[in-house]
Design a protein around this ligand. Structure first.
Ligand code: CTP
Ligand code: MG
Length: 214
């Protein structure tokens, strides 16, 4: 169950990381690269043609939308009760999802701030992806070549850091409880994500959304 909770609450980062490929299909004409085509001192592109403003903007918007849907979904899905970014009845003294005592102090996240939280997590996930590309170019790996495990984990590290940084947007203590109360949550995200990343990319390749299966 903790594994599902981890994947569930990290959905904004997962969706943001998958969205550039989808947005690329929707708006193929807008491909302005973040690095503006500039080269580093080593003669290689700073980030490369695979890191576009379109991807960054799309991932930010979809990250926000996803967080909103996750919060709404958790209200109506008992399995994920409490894993709603604190949208409903969060009591930092109880385990996430446990029912509140009547006299308990209750915190709630504002819906608009939940969407903002998701957008920030999505944005930072793709900043992580771009930072990864910066180092990938510096060691001479061209755009689209595999670089395990950095291609898989870039957005996890930045997505988690974003959650911690943006935690004041949500009900007091929610992010801390979600990430740290149960060690399985962080372990799931770090260990399972590379496998999921691989599966999703193979699927994207089979569906012809991606040119390479990694
Ligand atoms: N993409 C984008 N903008 C971003 C990130 C990704 O447009 N900020 C799109 C690009 O079309 C990219 C595809 O999503 O080719 C897959 O993303 P990713 O695997 O992260 O990029 P790579 O092309 O593999 O480039 P790199 O080697 O720099 O990681
Ligand atoms: Mg890649």
């Amino acid at each position: 169950e903790s594994v599902l909770h981890a994947l569930w609450m990290f959905l904004p980062a997962y969706v943001a990381n998958m969205s550039p490929g989808l947005v690329a299909k929707l708006i193929p004409g807008w491909k302005a690269p973040i690095d503006g085509g500039r080269l580093g001192k080593d003669g290689k592109r700073i980030l490369g043609p695979g890191k576009t403003w379109r991807g960054l903007v799309g991932g930010t918007l979809l990250g926000g939308v996803t967080a909103g849907l996750v919060a709404i979904g958790a209200f109506h899905w008992d399995l994920m009760a409490g894993w709603d970014y604190g949208a409903n009845d969060f009591n930092p003294n109880n385990a996430l999802g446990a029912p509140n005592e009547e006299d308990a102090k209750i915190y709630e996240s504002h819906p608009a701030l939940i969407v903002l939280f998701g957008a920030f997590v999505g944005f930072m996930s793709l900043v992580g992806d771009a930072v990864k590309s910066y180092f990938k170019r510096r060691i001479g790996k061209d755009r689209g070549r595999p670089w395990v495990p950095f291609d898989q984990l870039d957005f996890v590290v930045f997505g988690l850091a974003a959650m911690a940084l943006a935690s004041p947007l949500l009900a007091d203590g929610w992010v801390k409880a979600a990430l740290l109360d149960d060690w399985i949550i962080l372990a799931t995200l770090v260990i399972l994500t590379p496998f999921l990343h691989f599966l999703v990319n193979v699927l994207g390749y089979v569906l012809k959304l991606k040119e390479v299966p990694w």
